[in-house]
Design a binder for this molecule. Structure first.
Ligand SMILES: Cc1cc2nc3c(=O)[nH]c(=O)nc-3n(C[C@H](O)[C@H](O)[C@H](O)COP(=O)(O)OP(=O)(O)OC[C@H]3O[C@@H](n4cnc5c(N)ncnc54)[C@H](O)[C@@H]3O)c2cc1C
Length: 445
């Protein structure tokens, strides 16, 4: 597999030492494809996007798709993220989106974000998935007093423009709600969203998808893609799939050599997480942090954090520029330092888990879900900009609907394939430049 990052980050044999994995150790195995199969739809990638597409194709449209996953369902971002089931998924500020795409299309996008959170909750209820849901909504936090007024104005803008019910939360109320840190000065609460256990959600979704009739194959990497008249032929190490339609649902793990025309269209980026040992009620009280609502600070290079159900604190942020193990480790140390700075009472609390993974960015900073006009039968769904728990689930359903002519709620601007980066081999430099620029803006704001 050709990819921008160090091979250890892409090797399914590399352990993913996440806390989530230890909370469910009985996930079923999905055997490798052995032999040749025909299917109306083949899906490459077994994360939320691919599984949700297969689930909805089977459940709502009677199409039993084949899911091909090079490791096992949830091995990518879906089994190792922060579990924020929240709105997000674009890196373009809302007011810029309104200017670029118009108010009606941006409102449509905002609604899709809200619907995506409800969709996850609906699936979890319908399929009786045990996902360890925590908290109500999501809170964005000002990490400098100078940012508080801007946060207040943003909440007013969201209410005016989208009818969002976001509310300003002054410092004393944050403290009263159990969100006390000397480094956090006020917040805006969005009532939409919750925390979940991403590994339990993705393994539950895989089981529900298989139960609905889809065929899921683990250890099955698509290593070659060709065409035989109207059919696509996906070659894997021990078998081939012939399908009229193919969905690319490989996100930050997309190989540059998966399809020649798809190369250079996405920018994978690393994110890292550290998790503490479980803390006692007295330790939580000592810091004044007892709320399980998912929160993030409003840095350009933001940190996202939440108290987990068993009293552990999870803290995540940018994963650096290299997946080379020693450099990843150094970046995880930086994340740990940021955690300690926010929580003086927990300076000595041990970190017991640390891991990293790849998410997926687009050159135009918005998600992409649709059919590829130039390549009949090829569909894509990716680029959630680090916010794919809800949006990946929604986009999988949107891709299933696009394949079958079902209800279409996608704003126009997410329907085209991710645009190619100019001089794609420079992507690592673009990312470095963005990090330097964002870092500067963070220190100056
Ligand atoms: C550390 C971290 C924290 C994050 N935190 C959050 C969060 O709190 N909330 C949130 O909403 N989002 C978060 N994200 C982003 C979120 O995890 C992703 O947006 C989401 O998982 C994308 O799902 P997906 O199904 O599109 O892709 P993935 O889950 O990444 O799955 C892609 C799959 O494709 C497979 N694949 C690739 N190539 C091939 C091939 N050739 N053949 C077969 N299979 C292939 C891979 O093995 C992989 O399993 C985070 C991401 C990371 C890395």
């Amino acid at each position: 597999m050709k990819h921008l990052y160090h091979p250890t980050a892409l090797d399914p044999a590399t352990p993913v030492p996440s806390w989530w994995r230890d909370t469910r150790t009985d996930a079923p195995d999905y055997p490798a494809l052995d032999g040749d199969v025909e299917s109306e739809v083949a899906i490459i990638g077994g994360g939320y996007t691919g599984l949700s597409a297969a689930y909805h194709l089977a459940r709502d449209h009677g199409i039993e798709a084949v899911v091909l996953e090079r490791a096992y369902p949830g091995w990518g971002g879906s089994g190792r993220n922060g579990g924020f089931c929240c709105m997000g998924s674009s890196k373009m500020p809302w007011h810029r989106m309104v200017g670029k795409f118009g108010l009606a299309e941006t409102q449509r996008f905002w609604r899709s974000q809200k619907d995506s959170v409800e969709l996850v909750a609906e699936i979890a209820t319908r399929e009786e998935l045990d996902i360890d849901r925590t908290g109500t909504g999501e809170i964005s936090l000002a990490h400098k007093p100078s940012l508080v007024d801007g946060l207040k104005e943003e909440a007013a803008y969201m209410a005016r423009t989208f009818g969002a019910r976001e509310t300003f939360v002054p410092k004393e109320e944050l403290v009263a709600q159990g969100l006390n840190s000397p480094g956090l000065h006020a917040g805006v609460a969005n009532p939409v969203g919750f925390g979940l256990n991403p590994w339990k959600y993705v393994t539950g979704l895989a089981a529900a998808t298989a139960k609905a009739g889809a065929r899921i194959f683990g250890n099955t990497e698509v290593i070659h893609w060709s065409r035989e008249r109207a059919k696509h032929v996906l070659t894997t190490p021990r078998g081939r799939v012939r399908a009229a339609k193919v969905l690319i649902a490989t996100a930050g793990y997309t190989g540059e050599d998966l399809h020649p025309d798809y190369a250079g269209r996405i920018l994978p980026a690393l994110s890292s997480i550290v998790v503490t040992r479980p803390m006692s009620q007295a330790e939580l009280d000592a810091q004044g942090w007892t709320s399980t609502t998912p929160v993030y600070d409003i840095r350009y290079l933001l940190h996202y954090f939440r108290l987990l159900p068993d009293g552990r604190m999870m803290f995540g942020g940018r994963g650096g520029l290299s997946a080379e193990p020693a450099l990843l480790r150094r970046q995880q140390d930086n994340i740990e330092a940021a955690f300690r700075a926010y929580y003086p009472a927990w300076r000595e609390v041990e970190i017991t888990y640390r891991w990293s993974g790849l998410l997926c960015l687009a050159q135009d900073l918005v998600p992409h879900v649709g059919a590829w006009d130039d390549q009949p039968g090829i569909y894509f769904a990716m680029c959630y900009h680090g916010n794919g728990v809800a949006m990946g689930t929604w986009s999988g359903r949107a891709a299933a609907r696009a394949m079958t002519g079902g209800i279409d709620e996608r704003p126009d601007f997410i329907r085209r394939p991710p645009p190619k980066f100019p001089l794609p081999f420079l992507r690592p430099l673009y990312l470095r430049g963005a990090y330097i620029g964002y870092g500067l803006r963070d220190s100056l704001s």
